[in-house]
Design a protein around this ligand. Structure first.
Ligand code: ZN
Length: 685
């Protein structure tokens, strides 16, 4: 592993932060923290922390000796000085003389010792940093170091690799006890450059940021060199079907199996979002004949357990969806049973009784295909997938030089159910559409874009489909987060199939569809060109059918219900003169919505339509608004407000809100919601 320290870059950091009144110690601390945090071989999603001992001025203007240590909630890869809260060293030092200290007291005391009470909580490993004497301290969960230490004889291997350069600290759960033990080991070996925390990670330290960082790189490189002695990194392969299933076939089945029904009467599911990954290394790992053994020993370093649970679910390899479903269902049921048994084995044994967490897996391995990370959001699913990929690297390396054996199950239980680890996940009420995946067509602009935005604001993961590829991507970019834009001409059934498959590959499935794409054709019905009428039917009826049909197939594979919503417009109920070519297919789509309600209600799939009128977007493109306003002798603004009972302009956001309301209306199906400011001629009766 090469050092990425560049003197000019370090000087840049110092100069840049000096301009903000931040001292050199913290500036270089930020620099090397970022160097460490942006390398996934060292630090992944909160695993790892750094500190510097320096001085700070408190609110009274007094200078105090402090430890600036990584605060929880900050990512080392893009940390700022605010992510390194300053804690008074005199308080931290006094804690060392205590025999015991509860986690709650430790957190409380650390908070009271903050120079700025608005700071985030200092890392759970703060005391370890405080008790070591060095000015700069770096801590990572290096994959290479873990591959050496997660072995039955990991201690002997590390002793041989590190000799006098690093001292070994036996496994103890993070917190007060580990901090005291690590400080004692260091005091017994005052000349070491770092500490290897067996089955956990590595610390390096020095008088300068550069020295601590350089030592981390050197010590990790020693581990890498030891691993390089292995002759093969290939697992002996299991026999897999020649022609496997696709991700789009497998994902909805998996997603359905890892969802839990919370309220059968209300059709409420605790779903998960999926993140798929594959690569040569992943396929080697999941396709190994012994995958059930080496994949299920436990996580490579304890704090991963809150993201991935202690082991993944291993799903069967199959070339038939039904066979896969049956095998996967049995595997998930076994996983849940095993999780209950694991909880029962350890709960209350070494501490107070805990409440069992949800028993569903966070990672699924599919031989021949890849891995799925899972979580309550696309972000959490990606974190689980990242950590799982990291685990695959560590286990592959560990098995290449010996046998992978991480910390014991009882120790992992303590970390999984440790209040300070669970606090990292954050609690609080979820958004009403959280854990759901919404697809919106015609989403590059107007009602579609507004609807995707509204769904995302309620917590849904959104996919924006539009034949305008750049527009769909731009609209998704404006929403941010995990939103994706996908090119799709909804009048082409093959495009629809591929676009929805892409959604399954990105998020694992589909729960809500807003079939919105449409366009207005005009013409007096007795004189209209047949080709125009048929073109309008293609977009305003058949495209809705293609989207709904494909989405229902995916929803049935998930088995957790779903919601199909259509933009039908007031033309479906109240024809306007010369708008037959538009109104006829929209009327058919209104009945399409009712037919789906009837045929798929028993599968928990609800439907709905929004009947909007005079929205200044979409159908009013190409000067149509000006034309129609002029015909009535009105300005466009007057036209939009006139003629409805409330005299209010209907906006895209109002229509978007109606789609959200229908998506949340658990006991409504086959419903039409009118969003037109009041048009009694278009009222349904
Ligand atoms: Zn750690």
């Amino acid at each position: 592993m090469d050092s990425r320290w560049k003197p000019a870059e370090a000087r840049d950091y110092v100069a840049r932060y000096a301009a903000q009144g931040i001292g050199e110690d913290v500036a270089v601390r930020v620099y090397t923290t970022r160097l460490l945090g942006s390398d996934p071989r060292l630090v992944l999603h909160g695993g790892g922390n750094t500190s510097v001992k320096t001085t700070a001025v408190d609110k009274l203007g007094d200078s105090a000796e402090v430890l600036c240590v990584k605060g929880s909630g900050w990512d080392m890869g893009n940390i700022e000085p605010a992510g390194l809260p300053a804690v008074r060293m005199d308080v931290l030092r006094r804690l060392r003389s205590l025999d015991t200290l509860s986690d709650e007291d430790m957190v409380a005391i650390q908070r009271t010792a903050l120079i700025d009470p608005a700071s985030p909580n200092p890392s759970v490993e703060t005391l370890l940093h405080a008790f070591l004497p060095h000015k700069f301290i770096d801590h990572t969960h290096s994959t290479a170091v873990l591959a050496l230490t997660d072995q039955p004889d990991g201690e002997a291997i590390c002793a041989e690799v590190y000799g006098e350069r690093a001292a070994l600290v036996p496994y103890v759960m993070p917190g007060f006890g580990l901090a005291k033990l690590a400080a004692e080991v260091q005091a017994d070996h005052p000349d070491v450059e770092g500490l290897i925390l067996l089955k956990h990670g590595i610390f390096s330290f020095g008088a300068t940021a550069q020295e601590a960082y350089a030592r981390m790189i050197v010590l990790v490189t020693l581990a890498e060199k030891r691993l390089a002695k292995a002759t093969t990194r290939t697992f002996s392969a299991a026999t897999l079907p020649k022609k496997g299933l696709t991700v789009a076939q497998v994902a909805p089945v998996v997603r359905g199996l890892v969802a839990q029904c919370v309220d059968d009467n209300d059709g409420i599911w605790q779903r998960q979002v999926l993140a798929f990954r594959t690569s040569e290394a992943i396929l080697n790992f999941v396709g190994g004949a012994e995958v059930a053994r080496y994949a299920q020993q436990g996580v490579v370093t304890p704090d991963h357990t809150i993201r991935t649970k202690n082991w993944p679910v291993v799903l069967p390899a199959a070339d038939d969806v039904t066979v896969f479903r049956d095998g996967a269902q049995a595997a998930v049921a076994r996983f849940v049973d095993d999780y209950h048994a694991y909880f029962a084995r350890h709960n209350g044994k070494r501490g107070p009784e805990k409440t069992e967490l949800d028993p569903m897996p966070r990672v699924a391995l599919v031989p021949g295909l890849g891995i799925f990370g899972m979580g309550k959001s696309a972000k959490d699913a990606a974190i689980a997938a990242d950590i799982s990929e990291n685990m695959i690297d560590v286990v592959t390396d560990a098995e290449a030089i010996g046998t992978f054996l991480p910390v014991s199950e009882a120790d992992l239980f303590d970390v999984e159910y440790w209040s300070l680890e669970q606090a990292k996940l954050g609690k609080g009420a979820e958004q009403p559409l959280a854990r759901q995946i919404a697809v919106v067509t015609g989403a590059a602009s107007g009602i579609g874009a507004a609807t995707a935005r509204a769904m995302a604001a309620r917590g849904a993961e959104v996919a924006l489909l539009d034949r305008d590829d750049a527009g769909a991507r731009r609209a998704a970019g404006e929403i941010g987060g995990a939103a994706i834009g996908i090119e799709c001409d909804v009048t082409n059934p093959a495009h629809v199939t591929e676009a929805l498959a892409q959604v399954c590959r990105a998020f694992g499935g589909i729960d809500i569809v807003v079939s919105n794409a449409g366009a207005a054709w005009q013409g007096r019905i007795g004189e209209v060109d047949d080709a125009d009428l048929r073109a309008s039917f293609e977009l305003n009826f058949f495209a809705h059918q293609s989207v709904a049909k494909e989405a229902v197939r995916i929803m049935l594979a998930q088995g957790t219900g779903g919601c199909l919503l259509f933009n039908t417009s007031k033309q479906a109920v109240n024809p306007g003169p010369d708008f037959g070519p538009y109104g006829l297919p929209k009327a058919a789509t209104l009945f399409l919505m009712r037919q789906y309600a009837l045929d798929y209600g028993s599968a928990g799939i609800r439907t709905g339509a929004v009947n909007a009128d005079r929205v200044n977007t979409g159908i009013f493109a190409d000067g149509l608004l000006e034309q129609r306003a002029k015909a009535r002798g009105l300005t466009p603004e007057q036209y939009l407000r006139s003629g409805n009972l409330l005299n209010r302009e209907v906006k895209a956001a109002d229509v978007a809100q109606a789609f959200v309301d229908l998506a949340l209306a658990r006991k409504s199906t086959g419903a039409v919601m009118t969003v037109d400011g009041g048009n009694i001629a278009a009222a349904l009766r």
